[in-house]
Design a protein around this ligand. Sequence first.
Ligand code: GLN
Length: 525
Amino acid sequence: MNRRYVIVTGGVLSGVGKGILSASIARLMKESGVRVNTLKIDPYLNIDAGTMNPNQHGEVFVTEDGYEADLDLGHYERFLGVDMKRQNNLTAGQIYKTVIDKEREGKYLGSTVQIVPHVTDEIKQRIRELNGELIIIEIGGTVGDIEGEVFLEAVREMTLEDERESFLFVHVTYAPHLEVTNEFKTKPTQQSVQLLRRIGIHPDMIIVRSQFPVEGRDLDKIALFGGVPRSMVFNLPDTENVYEAPAILHSYDVHRKIATRLSIRTNGEFSWQFPRAFKSRRVAIVGKYLGTGDSYKSIIESVILCGVEKPDILDSQVLEEMSPEEIDLSLKQYEALIIPGGFGKRGMEGKLAAIRYAREHDVPLLGICLGMQLIIVEFARNVMGFANANSTEFDPGTPYPVVDIMEEQKKLLKMGGTMRLGSQKAKVFPSTRLCSIYGSDEIWERHRHRYEVNRNVCKSMLCYPEEDCFNKLTICAEKDFVEAIELQGHKFFIGVQYHPEFKSKVGLPHPLFEALTNPQRTCRR
Ligand code: GLN
């Protein structure tokens, strides 16, 4: 079969859930027996998301192959249940860099290098390199953005070079609700469809997002003015639970409509299972990137996928200002705490205070990456009495550099893509809680860090499981560095140098989150 494409564009506003929708369409088609693949196109000039501030852009998602991706790849992984690779995220930065490198190498000798055809050719080539019968391509941003235009032009060209019938354009828009007149407004949708048509793309399907259900006559209007059959216009109001989206699309027969339009054979199966009922276990993430709700996306979803209510996010800088009594008061409502990853000194003391609280009050705690490094710092300061112990990331002159920059990182001058990244294998020691959680003595986990536990300075506070671990932190997994530690005798006090949150899938949340949120369940098998 000829390769088919579903191209998802956005109109009106960004942030209306194009990523979830693309992932949902991908899952729906996968359920129908189609071999799908996905591509997120980010029109920004960064080579990848690694250098972007989570406060503005949300979490940086790390793939198995060590690529620092846009967080939509996290949605794709969780919804599709498959691991993404670096090819699944394309940025304008990557394309322009390739084109300019080629120009310097003399590959275009004689030509004037231009957006069309050289940049668009490069985009088309990257798209065509992907495997799969059906490629779902999500074009980031909103139609009309100056940076996105070249990508729309590239796919438009593809519809001429391949067959237009192999492409289905889904335009995702938003219908705002006007309180005063109590009506939904369709004009922004109409105008964004016009923008798309001006570039030569006529949408085949319009998905209208909204706060509440939109009435049929509004959808009639969108169909009429958008030039799309009414049967191809759908409304997707906000849902509490994003994992409902594939089921809603299925109830609208979207899979069959896509299959018919693209002449794809499907098997009509659909067995999408996702958590619907949520245990009320109060979990808090003690974070510092609060500029967007997306900064801790994969951690939040990992908890939700365990069937537990959405965790709260606490501002570690606020904790910093509190007395120990106030900290007790604000943390005692939580049954589990998560200290997430992060960079830089800001808010660090607040995280240390939360760790101390959890250690002293036997509250389950999971420290992730920076979270584990801070478990080490807190233990050094408050149990070992190493005054002013710190990570050299925060205090280069500390007398006890219990966390230090990795040797190989010292030589690196460039920032982008140079951390310890991606999946690495580690040994888990039998008889540790971690081993019973995984049910395995070997793990593969994803990394993203420059600093690690400084074993020389931490010698007296670390132990191996078979040793006397009284008043020490037990190393429960290692590679040539400390991968995970735990405090024995505590309900649950584990720090991991890696990021378990990136491996949770729908129906298969990461076992560490299962164990943290469900204390009865400590063993995977
Ligand atoms: N800043 C720490 C480091 O680079 C932790 C990184 C993280 O939490 N991802 O090692």
